[in-house]
Design a protein around this ligand. Structure first.
Ligand code: R5P
Length: 309
């Protein structure tokens, strides 16, 4: 087994602690602070010389601060002669900008991947990445884990009869197919047109939803707009009830209230980002700490991750 240290960035310390507890190791000693002008300060307070360093830091909101902190942390470790630097990024921010929709637009998913490499990160471990091609933006080893088995195991005991898994748009068909196979239920697909960064409209439905309990899946929930649109379209098509499953619960603004008001009964998510307040009691948070701990257990021994999929 390699000599390794797991550090928690400030984006999701509770998840890092849960991973460390599962592994039975202490978290690395460090201090992360903000200078009065907003710049990020990271001090690594123990030797990392020659060691495998794992930095657990989802680049969730505040995305720019958390992404910058990851880069600064990696730079500190590189300059302290760490062996290999592994970024454990359970939520990979900027992933939705993975191609250009028009001229003169950036591809920020590529930019942040290149910045990570430039900061000294050798290897990335992430979870349910928005699109597979992002792996190719990072010029080094890249492991994408999936929370689908974990989420399905949580839903299965309360899966209503006559369920159908629904992909909210064409981009989620592959993910929805995995959910449908694991839950052993049929699949339906919505097609949406994007009006702006925050507004979408459902235009088509493929599949049988009348009288069925819809399990609408997505990789992430940000404003909840996509899912509310989906619920409205499915209700119009005669669907009976709605459950949502998504790996990354960004839940910006009043997303949870919007989902509850739209008639969503339960929202299954993971703790890839810190869980939000749930005044309406519809949120079920399933921890990915055991999954990440298993991955690290394999990685520190240079073993295959195959059994985690
Ligand atoms: C879009 O391609 C993503 O997979 C999500 O559907 C979307 O980003 C969710 O955002 P919101 O909750 O704001 O609609």
């Amino acid at each position: 087994m390699s000599d390794y240290i797991l550090f928690a960035g400030s984006a999701n310390p509770a998840l890092a602690r849960a991973v460390a507890d599962t592994l039975g190791v202490p978290l690395g000693d460090c201090a992360v602070e903000r200078f009065p002008d907003g710049e990020t300060s990271v001090r690594v307070l123990e030797s990392v010389r020659g060691k495998d360093v794992y930095l657990l830091q989802p680049t969730c909101p505040p995305v720019n601060d958390n992404a910058m902190e990851l880069l600064v942390f990696a730079d500190a470790c590189r300059r302290a002669a760490a062996g290999r630097i592994h970024a454990v990024v359970p939520y990979y921010g900027y992933a939705r900008s993975d191609k250009r929709h028009g001229r003169r637009e950036p591809i920020t998913a590529s930019l942040v991947s290149l910045l990570m490499r430039e900061a000294g990160i050798d290897h990335v471990v992430t979870l349910d990445l928005h699109t597979d091609q992002i792996e190719g933006f990072f010029p080094g080893p890249f492991d994408t884990l999936t929370a689908v088995p974990t989420l399905c195991a949580a839903l299965k005991p309360e899966l209503p009869a006559q369920s159908v898994v629904v992909a909210p748009d064409a981009g989620r068909v592959k993910l929805a197919t995995e959910y449908a196979a694991r839950l052993d239920v049929p699949l339906a697909v919505l097609h949406k047109r994007r009006e702006s960064g925050t507004e979408t409209h459902v235009t088509h439905l493929v599949g049988e939803v009348e009288g069925r309990a819809c399990v609408i899946i997505d990789d992430m929930i940000a404003t909840g707009g996509t899912l509310v649109e989906s619920v409205n379209a499915l209700r119009e098509a005669g669907a009976a009830s709605f459950v949502v499953m998504a790996t990354h619960a960004l839940l910006m603004r009043n997303a949870l209230e919007r989902l509850a008001d739209a008639g969503v009964e339960r929202v299954f998510v993971t703790d890839s980002v810190p869980p939000r307040e749930d005044p309406r009691g519809i949120l079920r948070v399933v921890s990915v700490a055991p999954l990440l701990a298993s991955a690290l257990r394999h990685l520190v021994q240079d073993e295959s991750l195959q059994e985690l999929f």
